[in-house]
Design a protein around this ligand. Structure first.
Ligand SMILES: Cc1cc2nc3c(=O)[nH]c(=O)nc-3n(C[C@H](O)[C@H](O)[C@H](O)COP(=O)(O)O)c2cc1C
Length: 222
């Protein structure tokens, strides 16, 4: 595959000190090294430029079949259309995010509410919701202050089950989670994150994408 289009959702409200942004910066080059061409990154800085909450019109539109929804609420669906198109164009989805209160930050939830759309990204059947997007490698680089994702559990994990389920509803089933935890207890959280990134890379977390992305070096451009 020449030239990989990657959609990056950055969900931390923090910037320079953000552990999740730092984690992603140390993980992404390893993915880029597997690709034959350039990695073109489209970035949604959701943590710093949040999307607006969904509107009444948007919620009403979800009750209608897609064609009727478009005819009646076309303008109110414009942002959702844009976000879905952006997602659909991406070869790889990358979510860079902290844990907030045992699950995804509200800014990521807002993105989800705009893209999980009846008859557009999923259809409702008697057997449940079925995704309409083609599957693609999806990576979640997640950081937390406490002992999330610990075995045995020390905090309830509403993060991974929720995110896997809701991405799966749209057809995105190939989801890889990489986490760096306990950062509130680290004197040097950014160094801890770097070490954790190296560990995940060493564990070959990107190897499964080499079937769809050719193994040659590349540059990242944003
Ligand atoms: C509103 C809020 C809620 C949080 N909830 C949790 C939590 O439930 N579990 C946890 O381990 N850490 C929690 N944290 C800590 C963050 O996950 C942690 O500080 C993370 O490193 C922040 O990433 P960032 O620097 O990229 O924003 C919370 C932080 C905030 C601001």
């Amino acid at each position: 595959m020449n030239g990989v289009k990657l959609l990056l959702l950055d969900c931390s409200p923090r910037n320079d000190k953000s552990t999740s942004r730092h984690f992603t910066q140390h993980l992404l080059p390893a993915l880029a090294n597997l690709t034959a061409g350039e990695v073109q990154v489209t970035r949604r800085n959701l943590g710093i430029e949040p999307l607006p909450a969904i509107t009444a019109e948007y919620a009403e539109s979800l009750l209608l079949p897609a064609a009727d929804a478009k005819a009646r609420f076309g303008e109110a669906l414009a942002l959702s259309d844009e976000l879905i198109e952006e997602l659909d164009k991406a070869d790889v989805l990358w979510i860079s995010t902290p844990v907030h209160n045992f699950t995804v930050p509200a800014v990521l939830k807002a993105w989800i509410d705009h893209v999980v759309r009846r008859d557009v990204t999923f259809v409702a059947t008697e057997a449940g919701k079925v995704g309409l997007l083609r599957d693609r490698p999806t990576f979640v680089a997640v950081t937390s202050g406490g002992a999330m994702f610990h075995e045995p559990p020390r905090q309830p994990d509403f993060f991974r089950p929720y995110l896997s389920t809701v991405l799966g509803v749209m057809g995105l089933k190939n989801v890889t989670f990489m986490h760096a935890n306990g950062l509130a207890f680290s004197d040097e959280p950014l160094s801890t994150v770097e070490a954790k990134a190296a560990q995940w890379i060493g564990e070959g977390k990107f190897n499964h994408v080499s079937e769809s992305i050719n193994p040659l070096s590349s540059d990242i451009s944003v």
